[in-house]
Design a protein around this ligand. Sequence first.
Ligand code: NDP
Length: 314
Amino acid sequence: MSETIEHVRCLIIGSGPAGYTAAIYAARAALKPVMYQGLQPGGQLTTTTEVENYPGYPKGTQGPQMMEDFKAQAERFGTDIRWGIATKVDFKGPVHKVIIDDTKEIHADTVIIATGASAKWLGLDSEQRFNGFGVSACAVCDGFFFKGQDVAIVGAGDTAAEEATYLAKLCKKVYMIVRRSEMRASKAMQERVLKTPNIEMLWDSETKEIIGDKGVTGATIINLKTKEERTLNISGFFVAIGHTPNTQIFKGWIDMDETGYLKTTPGTSKTNIEGVFAVGDAQDKVYRQAVTAAGSGCMGALDAERYLAAKGIH
Ligand code: NDP
């Protein structure tokens, strides 16, 4: 069924901090890694601005720039970085088969899965209808379009808090829609939100509908306690309610939890399939930081190297 078959020693699927770090280590260990970048080259950090908590950048850096730096470092040691998406896998035998873009077949001695996670949506029809026309899951990507206007953001985690304060710098007013009477975000982030004068908190609130014509003009919000409805006049509606791991193609092959996060042997990147390793957000729903993803990427490459050595695969 496939156009071409290629044999590689180490295949890395995904190109966020986990994938690039795996590539740096694997390339330096002479595993000749081939990386397929996936749908969003550079991963989620390419949709953020300032990164202040990655060690080694005392003045902070920009997420997209940081990913360019990671990529350059992986390339410097010879990683073969390619466009393409893994669309199917077959992990039956000792050679792991991965299909790229439904056409190309790779036979890999080792596979490092670094496919990350993607944004969740509320599930409203109107949310999908206006996606790209006022509805967005990335304030940093799209906030600029709403400069000087009123917008709303749903969510109460660190992402929502960070994005609300980001939007508050650009927009006239930001409504923050929180489904409970408290936020999940860290105390420091909560304080930052609550101290921002142009953010209005809408506690115990749920979005009933996003209203608009060609683009968003408003949203109907219901207070879950009082059952009162309110219409917000907004032109931008941001969703920041968490993420889903990009692991669908591994279903039936790699053990995963009920939400799709890949299971690894604690303290390692090993999955239930010998020679297949999982790193970064695809297997981490707890920490999900660039630095922890990078650390686990390193583990993936070291585990792959040791697996090849133990099997005597050269
Ligand atoms: P989280 O899962 O932490 O938070 C999701 C938020 O969305 C929760 O407040 C949740 O509400 C709310 N939510 C979920 N579903 C719905 C829904 N259908 N309707 C309304 N609200 C909903 O995701 P984040 O993306 O914020 O963060 C992920 C991880 O990344 C966390 O560990 C976080 O600490 C980390 N992070 C760290 C940053 C940093 O350190 N700079 C920046 C960004 C993220 P409820 O609370 O009621 O469940």
